[in-house]
Ligand binder design. Structure first.
Ligand SMILES: [Zn+2]
Length: 86
């Protein structure tokens, strides 16, 4: 059981390392998403749909609010107003 626990920990460490590596690559190569209010870049991402969910790897690095603007359009903006000025 202890070995199984160690193997599970190694697997979790690997998953964490792969996730961080993917996030780092997406932060450089992903498509930029800007705040609809001020136009500043919020984060970079590759939108990905999987099992009824829209995943935006890279969004976890920013505090962002997302809202539906129209039936087929999501908008993003800063959560904190002071980051949204100028
Ligand atoms: Zn903004």
């Amino acid at each position: 059981m202890a070995q199984g626990g160690a193997a599970a920990q190694r697997t979790e460490r690997w998953r964490g390392a792969v996730k961080r590596a993917v996030t780092a690559v997406v932060a450089v190569t992903g498509r930029p998403l800007q705040c609809e209010m001020c136009g500043k870049q919020l984060f970079r991402s590759y939108p990905f749909v999987w099992r009824g969910r829209l995943k935006l790897r890279g969004a976890e690095v920013a505090e962002v609010r997302a809202d539906w603007d129209k039936n087929d359009r999501l908008t993003f903006r800063h959560v904190e107003a002071e980051k949204c000025r100028g």
